[in-house]
Ligand binder design. Sequence first.
Ligand SMILES: Cc1ncc(C[n+]2csc(CCOP(=O)(O)OP(=O)(O)O)c2C)c(N)n1
Ligand SMILES: [Mg+2]
Length: 480
Amino acid sequence: MKLRGADVLARTLADAGVRNVFTLSGNHVMPVFDAALDARLNLIHVRHEAAAVHMADAWGRLGGGPGIALVTGGPGHANALGALYTALAAESPMVLISGHAPLNELGKGAFQEMPQAALARPLTVASWTAKSAHTLGRDVMRALREARQGPVHLSVPNDVLDALTAWKAPRLEPHVANMRKAPSALGKAKRPLVIAGPGAMRRQPKTEFPVIGMESPRGVNDPSLGKLAQVLATADVVLLLGKPLDFTLKFGKAFSKGCRVLRAQDPVLLPAPSAAQRPWLEEVRAALAYRPAEWKSMDGSLHPAVVCREVQKLLDAPGAVLVADGGEFGQWAQACLQAPRRVINGVAGSIGSALPFAAAAKVRYPDAPVVALLGDGTLGFHLSEIDTAVRYGLPYIAVVGNDACWNAEYQIQLRAYGADRAHGLDLLPTRYGAVAAAMGAHGEDVHEIQELPAALKRAAASKKPALVNVMIERTAAPRY
Ligand SMILES: Cc1ncc(C[n+]2csc(CCOP(=O)(O)OP(=O)(O)O)c2C)c(N)n1
Ligand SMILES: [Mg+2]
């Protein structure tokens, strides 16, 4: 049977179990839109290419197999690149497929010609351009395979998509994770700890031995890790699981001088903790759970901790997904809120991904509550994605902490240069709830804490994508 390259691409994805493709259309990828019909791929068409990458990233992190983003060549590809950085730092299993100028026009000034694979290379674990329709199925299989380690990019020239080729379904090789024993020093240590990178954290099976994930740009000082930094400084053996000794671990200074640092690729078989190790591991758990007592007693204000206490009620549901994004408000959300599943902007420290993340989480888990928390500055990056959520019926709840400010940077000015030199970081107290309502979502604008419980209830009952804009107090992120 002869098929177009585009059909080979779409069928190979479908045969590998892909159902959803997060995309933004363009001349170069219209053959794939056409092929998606016969391959029964569901296209979720977004409003900016970076949103498609963020959605594929969240899909991958939520364990649905590699997330797939499909964008057009040249400017579409360039728009997608920034979002790859977030996926790379999160070691997210995803593939960016970009249309590309035809091979037979390269070097002649083709429409939207760009060295796409080279541009994506530093932002991916592998990046290349397909050479023919005949080998395209193998390219797609390789991309899906390599995506286990992080984002992969494949550029597909337009003439490759249109060329006819004989097609044979490629064989799928099952992936078997190779579990080795953890280094024996871990079992013999007095105060051992295991620290994992974001990918290792997802792949490591849960056991009694606590595995601490580093997935924040604040590293060991991530407020969602409580007082970890203090106990970490007293550990005698630390196993780094798929995790470099980078800035998140202060390049090693997070540990004491005498601490032995071991490394392993994930996943590993961790020993059951010995009786002698148990009190120490309890100490670690208590440090991780530490939150200042006054957060519970604060009342009557729109302080982020008070807002989060109300939002927590939405997350106390089986399978609920917490999405937390940037700014000081995002740090509060990560410190205060617990949920069975969590997707955060991550080690990249890049803000803006919350609404695409929430939309993808809702595609992945249609029956679970999905709650995204983000600052008002952060909201602006992908505000138009509310439209995508409305069109595809993705009823997440976004809670915007609106302090009419790029507060994280304002706090830097206060600390580094003084209040009299703080400038340039104000935003407007915009009624984003009304904006969301005008876009067809459910919108709420909350000015008093007393209004918040009913506003959240109405948002959850609306069965629409909802945005609850809360005029919070401008507060620095938690530090302890
Ligand atoms: C892509 C990107 N651009 C800029 C920054 C720098 N940055 C980090 S937090 C922040 C302010 C965010 O403001 P907002 O979302 O309103 O949250 P707030 O700090 O006010 O709570 C900025 C500009 C970043 N981390 N990522
Ligand atoms: Mg703000």
